[in-house]
Design a protein around this ligand. Structure first.
Ligand code: PLP
Length: 369
């Protein structure tokens, strides 16, 4: 049996006729940038996230950068996030002219620890960026509370959380704005690069809309310098088709996750990562913590099972952030997690047999070592 880490082909085989028809429709109309497919996707995605508006952009990284800029990040303004995320979260802060500050995460959930925020907030701090890592909403109640008290904005990094809920409400509408990625491997993935910013703050979103398109308020009238960060119509057309399946796919992932949890709970060497109370996660990744991780990965690979690490090196220990002077031991929870985390195969079409095979392979590894 083969169990790939991710199976995008199965998803596209099932949608092939619809995606091909969408391609033919866009080709026939030859409106490749903007137009009805883009408008349609923006309003459908906003409705899905239960916010008033969405602006589609060319990637999740652009969504973050444009959102930071729209909220006024400049000249050394400090933005607080977590060290256990993909570099796009912080790269976009620097690209906007800001400076990155970190807080550590909660051991059980590996999500932002809001109790550590107060101590890091300084006179230059302007905002907080919780990351809904693995598709699990961060503890937004606590985070937003601190932010409101200290007059900071909150932008969700929702790149891994399309459709997840916190206290009944969707990610994307839990802070002042949110950035989404539709990179192909995400729960809602384009057939190329794509992203979006959601918010119910129309003024900020109109700034994002302007920045996305060279600062134009109308064609060749530039209110400011911006970027070319537009989403092409073909990706919008593909995303509209996939958005209609997203709830069903997320539910299939939740079932796969509960099967994994059920099968793994008796295996004492494998620790599960928990979700905060009152969240509905979407399991972009299914992550466990194991001793001897590299040996586990090698043993699984030998049996045809794909795995991943999200992420092997916390950002404050990356070469790219050497200049921050944050050495080992500064964020012990994130550092310990980076040594142990292991992402198991997870996608909507994963079968019960495949999950059983992965769990049985883990059991045999630990029985024999
Ligand atoms: C994927 C991802 C991004 C970046 O999105 P791109 O579309 O690849 O630019 C940002 N943050 C997190 C947490 C991600 O997983």
């Amino acid at each position: 049996m083969e169990v790939p880490f991710l199976d995008l082909r199965a998803q596209h085989r099932a949608l092939e006729a619809e995606l091909t028809a969408a391609f033919q429709r866009v080709l026939h109309d030859s409106v490749f940038v903007g137009g009805p497919e883009l408008d349609g996707f923006e309003s459908e995605f906003a409705a899905y996230c239960e916010v008033s508006e969405a602006v589609a952009v060319s990637s999740g990284t652009d969504a973050l950068r444009l959102a930071y800029l729209a909220f006024g990040v400049r000249d050394g303004d400090e933005v607080i996030t977590v060290p256990n995320t993909f570099i796009a979260t912080t790269e976009a802060v620097s690209q906007a002219g800001g400076r990155v500050k970190f807080v550590d995460v909660v051991p059980d959930t590996l999500l932002m620890d809001h109790r550590q925020l107060e101590a890091v907030i300084g006179p230059r701090t302007v905002g907080v960026v919780p990351v809904h890592l693995f598709g699990t909403p961060a503890d937004m109640g606590g985070i937003v509370n601190v932010a409101r008290k200290r007059d900071l904005w909150v932008i969700e990094d929702a790149a891994q959380a399309q459709g997840a809920r916190y206290r009944g409400r969707r990610c994307g509408g839990l802070g002042d704005a949110a950035a989404f990625s539709f990179y192909p491997g995400k729960n809602l993935g384009a057939c190329g690069e794509a992203g979006a910013v959601t918010s119910s703050d129309r003024e900020r979103l109109s700034a994002v809309r302007k920045l996305r398109d060279h600062g134009q308020s109308q064609k060749y009238f530039h209110d400011c310098e911006g970027f070319n960060a537009r989403l092409d119509s073909l990706q919008a057309a593909f995303l509209r088709i996939k958005l209609r399946r997203l709830d069903e796919w997320n539910e299939a992932r939740r079932q796969a996750a509960s099967l994994y949890r059920e099968r793994l709970k008796s295996l004492s060497e494998v620790a599960l990562v928990e979700a905060p109370a009152d969240t509905l996660p979407i399991h972009h990744l299914f992550v466990v913590r194991v001793p001897k991780r590299e040996a586990v990965m090698a043993a699984l690979r030998k049996r045809g099972i794909g795995t991943g690490m999200h992420y092997p090196v916390p950002l404050h220990l990356q070469k790219a952030y050497e200049h921050l002077g944050l050495g080992k031991g500064v964020y012990p929870v994130a550092e310990q997690a980076a040594r142990e985390i292991l992402s198991l195969p997870m996608y909507p079409s994963i079968s019960v047999d495949q999950i059983d095979f992965v769990c049985e392979s883990l059991r045999q590894f630990f029985a024999g070592s």
